[in-house]
Ligand binder design. Structure first.
Ligand SMILES: [Zn+2]
Length: 257
């Protein structure tokens, strides 16, 4: 059977409150045996830690997401260092920049993101990055601050040229639901042209539903459909894509085993 890693799943959020165990089981049955679960804000870190300790195959990243800017306090950035020092922590994130959503102060976003990039360097951890209308600035920040352990730009929204720049910086690109839509030409072109060693599969559950499941809660078992989309775009066997993207996840996030 295929062994897959969902490199971006928010299985800890309230949308899964009623049936989380069942959702994890369903995913596992389809071969999605591991999930990387990036945190959103400080208040969720303890429950995320407990969930990942309880469920084999769930791996926590701790961080402060740019879309939840209003929830972040200066003390959270200080506290984050302690959470990143934990042995169960596989990455720093979710962090990044979002210049699409209105009302998120860019200066504060930058301050919080840059501190997390510095932490990644200090703790030699990979980064899980959210970059919306901000890919060029994310690239510039990574060049300037030089994190050492690479990471992923999740749900990559950029161009082939930007993808190549991230590749040179040691970053992988995460692809999920959006590539299953035929109209996503530029995105599918990036998926087709980049080396397979550079791609990670993700669902971003419960967000970013796949083509055919619009309006529904997304969940990690649908990673198999993302896999099939990548295989079909590249015109290669799904087993080959599964093998390589799972190896990529272990390379970028060594602590998932
Ligand atoms: Zn996310």
């Amino acid at each position: 059977m295929l062994e897959l890693v969902d490199s971006h799943s928010h299985i800890d959020v309230a949308e899964f409150e009623g049936d989380r165990d069942e959702v994890v089981r369903r995913a596992r049955e389809r071969g999605v045996t591991r999930q990387i679960v990036p945190a959103i804000q400080a208040s969720t870190w303890p429950a995320l830690r407990d969930l990942c300790a309880r469920e084999a195959g769930l791996h926590a990243a701790y961080g402060l997401h740019p879309m939840y800017l209003d929830a972040h306090l200066p003390s959270h950035l200080d506290d984050l260092a302690g959470w990143l020092a934990r042995s169960d922590c596989v990455a720093v994130g979710e962090c990044g920049l979002d210049f699409h959503v209105e009302g998120l102060d860019p200066a504060r976003q930058r301050e919080i993101f840059e501190r997390q990039v510095q932490y990644a360097r200090e703790f030699e951890l990979p980064l899980v990055i959210h970059a919306r209308r901000a890919v060029d600035e994310v690239i510039a920040t990574l060049r300037r601050l030089g994190p050492r352990a690479g990471g992923v730009v999740h749900s990559f929204p950029g161009s082939h040229e930007q993808a190549l720049q991230l590749f040179k910086l040691g970053f992988c690109l995460g692809f999920g639901g959006p590539i299953t839509y035929e109209r996503a030409r530029r995105l599918r072109d990036v998926v087709a042209r980049m080396p397979l060693e550079f791609l990670l599969l993700e669902t971003d559950s419960p967000d970013q539903p796949l083509c055919g499941h619009q309006g529904a809660r997304n969940e990690p078992m649908r990673l198999v459909e993302v896999l099939e989309a990548v295989a079909s775009i590249r015109g290669i066997d799904a087993a080959r894509v599964a093998e390589q993207t799972t190896a990529n996840a272990s390379r970028i996030f060594p602590r998932i085993g």
